[in-house]
Design a protein around this ligand. Structure first.
Ligand SMILES: Cc1ncc(COP(=O)(O)O)c(C=O)c1O
Length: 284
């Protein structure tokens, strides 16, 4: 038993006992949006960024009538007494007999929030040692900027990578890097830090934005520009970012060392900047 108390449509229920209807469109169609936030020192990190991305996802999916959930997130963290952990939040379009087309007027979104504690720091080892990644064709749809629970291609490709000893796959669409299966990508080449520009082909990652902003504050420019697969092979450094992984160096790409094959300096800097910001959150 996890002991986690979930908030489902404003009702508090032990996560392990929570039951949802199979007529929920999330079950039939993956018709839902979600967010994953990191909790440091009992506080949600980058809450405003997650909130605005969630609003954008809801708008893009035409899921309506969802109230502001920021307070519910904070409340659920406190309720579960989580100091270090993550919040999972999901909003499905609602329940209806199975039919591809939907009629929003008769649908009420189902809202799930729960907070999970971390026993160990989830990216400490990968952060210290780096990871291997492979490249893979981006098999996803044309609206990857929406954080939808419909993640089949991401799941298949990440599993494919992990079965081959790589922690992540870097996705390539028409010869250009988009992102990882659950992360954004940065590349350093001749001292220039680069990351693919925002487009419908990538998720606007909250850590991506945070790292760009923090690097700029350090006087380090970040170029948001297309990166080709060929260029990626010549990178001096590559690193990935996400709420859970934070910032992790890619030290091997397609089984070949990246740069000198060591954890790169810019990945270390990104991690330090995140750690500093997290440590400034106050516990009260
Ligand atoms: C496909 C994809 N891209 C990027 C990210 C990184 O987003 P964030 O930094 O907001 O966690 C994620 C996070 O899960 C993701 O699934």
């Amino acid at each position: 038993m996890s002991g986690i108390i979930a908030c489902y449509n404003q009702n508090l229920i032990p996560l392990d006992e929570l039951k949802v209807s199979i007529t929920d469109r999330a079950f039939f169609f993956g018709d839902a949006v979600y967010e994953v936030l990191r909790v440091y020192r009992g506080k949600p990190f980058l809450l405003e960024n997650h909130h605005s991305r969630l609003s954008n996802s809801l708008r893009a999916m035409d899921i309506n009538g969802v109230t502001d959930l920021r307070e519910d997130i904070v409340t659920n963290i406190a309720l579960n007494q989580v100091d270090e952990g993550m919040v999972y939040l999901q909003i499905s379009r609602g329940e209806a007999p199975r039919n591809h087309s939907f009629h929003n007027l008769s649908l009420k979104p189902n809202i799930l929030i729960y907070t999970k504690p971390f026993i160990e720091h989830p990216s400490a080892t990968e952060g210290a040692l780096g990871i291997a990644a492979i490249t893979h064709e981006d098999l996803r749809w044309g609206r990857c900027d929406i954080k939808s629970t419909n993640l089949l291609a991401n799941c298949l490709i990440q599993t494919y990578a992990q079965q081959r000893g790589s922690a992540e796959a870097i996705l390539i669409r028409q010869g250009l890097v988009t992102e990882g299966t659950s992360s954004n990508i940065f590349m350093v080449k001749n001292g220039q830090v680069c990351t693919p520009p925002l487009s419908p082909n990538i998720l606007p990652g909250t850590r991506r934005e945070f790292v760009i902003r923090q690097f700029l504050q350090q006087g380090q420019q970040v170029f948001e520009r297309p990166i080709s697969k060929d260029e990626l092979y010549t990178a001096d450094e590559i690193f990935i970012t996400s709420s859970i992984k934070e910032a992790v160096a890619v030290i091997k790409l397609d089984y070949q060392p990246v740069g000198n094959g060591q954890v790169s300096s810019q990945a270390k800097l990104a991690r330090t900047l995140i750690e500093d910001a997290a440590s400034r959150l106050s516990r009260d």
